[in-house]
Design a protein around this ligand. Structure first.
Ligand code: GLU
Length: 262
């Protein structure tokens, strides 16, 4: 299988922005094992800004654009340093790809991107993608930024015709209500279509360091499912669930990809 795995900031880092070493070590070990089992993986990683906040010792996520971009430039190095170190322990080679919205919107550029990703996969490398936060700004114009990695991961999954998109989040999946506030909230195991009713279940933004939330995950589901790709939301704090998922067990919430009309 060819799988795109999106790793959110809340999975990678403690709340202060420093790397959650125990979790990331386990995650890289399991992903290496899945690669050893013959799966082709691509990672879309958040955490550049969050890790930059931690590394620079800032009191919180900067609000101004140069502050965010500076934090991302520092944090992206830190991120790739850890991925390179941890995947190298299991003899896997990582490749960094930083994208802007123009790279995925322009046909010629996205064609080159697809060719590069295909070549990396055929070389056995592990592409690790993020938005190029140090240059992508929404000040230049709203159209120049993707803004969050849930959408980016779905665009990448569509581009490489992945079999599955997995979003590792700080929640087990989509619930009937906010499980932090409502004890009767139930996990929805399968979503056949992203209807208005499903959309109404999604709240706003996520954690203070990341920028996602359930709404951006449903936007990702829209893109992936329309391209015929299943998408699963599962809890990144339990990386071993990935084994269950690959063993065909029900994990988190699965959004079913729509098959092409005959
Ligand atoms: N590209 C951002 C970063 O690496 C994350 C965007 C997101 O949280 O989805 O910090």
């Amino acid at each position: 299988m060819r799988i795109v795995v999106k790793i959110g900031t809340s999975t990678l880092a403690h709340s202060g922005g420093r790397l959650n070493i125990r979790r990331v070590e386990l995650l890289c070990k399991i992903l290496s094992d899945l690669k050893n089992a013959g799966h082709q993986l691509l990672l879309v990683t958040s955490g550049a800004i969050g890790m930059g906040v931690g590394k620079l010792g800032l009191p919180g996520r900067p609000q101004d654009m140069p502050g965010k971009q500076a934090a991302a430039a520092v944090g992206q190095c830190e991120l790739m340093y850890f991925y390179d170190k941890l995947f190298s322990e299991y003899h896997h080679t990582v490749a960094q790809i930083l994208l802007t919205a123009d790279d995925v919107r322009d046909n010629r550029r996205s064609g080159h991107l697809r060719d590069t990703l295909e070549r990396l996969l055929s070389l056995g490398a592990l592409p690790i993608l993020n938005e190029n936060d140090a240059v992508a700004t929404d000040e230049i114009g709203i159209e120049t930024t993707i803004g969050e990695n849930d959408t980016l991961s779905a665009i990448v999954a569509r581009l490489v015709e992945a079999n599955l998109l997995i979003l590792l989040s700080d929640i087990d999946g989509l619930y009937t209500a906010d499980p932090h506030r409502d004890t009767t909230a139930r996990l929805i195991p399968v979503v056949e279509a992203v209807t208005d009713e499903i959309r109404a279940l999604a709240g706003g933004a996520g954690t203070s360091l990341g920028s996602g939330g359930m709404a951006t995950k449903l936007a990702a589901a829209d893109i992936a499912c329309a391209a015929g790709i299943d998408m699963v939301i599962t809890n990144g704090s339990k990386p071993e669930l990935l084994y269950d998922l690959f063993d065909g067990k029900a994990v988190g919430t699965r959004f079913l990809g729509r098959s092409a009309q005959p």
